[in-house]
Design a protein around this ligand. Structure first.
Ligand code: C5P
Length: 234
């Protein structure tokens, strides 16, 4: 088993609001860019064989600054992403074609609180022979379906519903085949990789996610993450 890691970081982060610091994966939390925290967790994990960062061409300087802070940062492969997350992941998959990996973990740069316990739970699934592994949390909120007029149509039973996290993890040849087929079919709007695996007819195994492994999407998420890290450091 050789596990490759793809960190997708080519988004423009428009939902976090504009900032002089650039897209949210380069915003500083606890004094360092978000992506530095994320990469450090994977570089420190003994089972990581190779890391590729998928970045936006405009962010090359920001990325090199983040890389310079990292032990082992010189070993990170870099490639450019595309207009959608799906295109960015495919670029990362192609960049790993000569890296000799058997499996790949595909992770959002904006989830810096990924922990080793979750990585180990996924590794256990790999060893058990699963082709596709999805970390996810059972939904705890009560779910409502609303209509265009803002009225509740119904309450959706939440039993059996999960919120998907990353790193979503796959047999490397299986996910390359699924992603290439999805791209060839003309679709480029899949928002995660498990849905591409589902589309390709692969079985996806749920793995218990981590409540800390949140995606930093909005400005307030960045502020809360910074406060959390600053508090821990005191
Ligand atoms: O936009 P979303 O929240 O789904 O982004 C999740 C991750 O995918 C982020 O780390 C973002 O940088 C990345 N992404 C990408 N290329 C895109 C869009 C998003 O690498 N075109």
């Amino acid at each position: 088993t050789a596990i490759g890691i793809i960190i997708v970081a080519a988004g423009r982060g428009e939902r976090a609001g504009s900032s002089v610091e650039g897209p949210k994966q380069y915003r500083r939390i606890g004094g360092k860019p978000v992506i530095t925290h994320t990469l450090a967790r994977f570089l420190a994990w003994p089972k990581t064989a190779r890391v590729v960062a998928v970045i936006h061409p405009d962010d090359a300087t920001l990325f090199e600054m983040a890389r310079s802070d990292l032990v082992g940062g010189e070993n990170i492969l870099v490639c450019f992403g595309g207009a959608t997350r799906q295109q960015s992941v495919l670029a990362g998959l192609r960049a790993l074609s000569n890296a000799g990996v058997t499996h790949v973990m595909i992770h959002d740069a904006v989830r810096p609180f990924i922990d080793e316990d979750l990585l180990e739970r996924i590794a256990t699934g790999i060893e058990a022979g699963d082709t596709c592994l999805l970390p996810a949390m059972p939904v705890t909120d009560t779910l409502k379906r609303g209509d265009a007029a803002g009225l509740v149509v119904e309450t959706v039973p939440r039993a059996g519903l999960y919120a998907a996290q990353t790193p979503q993890t796959f047999s490397y040849p299986a996910i390359v085949k699924a992603h290439e087929a999805a791209a060839a079919s003309g679709r480029d709007d899949f928002t995660d990789d498990a849905s591409i695996a589902e589309w390709a007819g692969l079985a996806v195994r749920l793995v218990e996610g981590s409540p800390d492994n949140v995606k930093l999407t909005l400005q307030k998420d960045i502020a809360m993450a910074d406060a959390k890290l600053t508090r821990t450091a005191l």
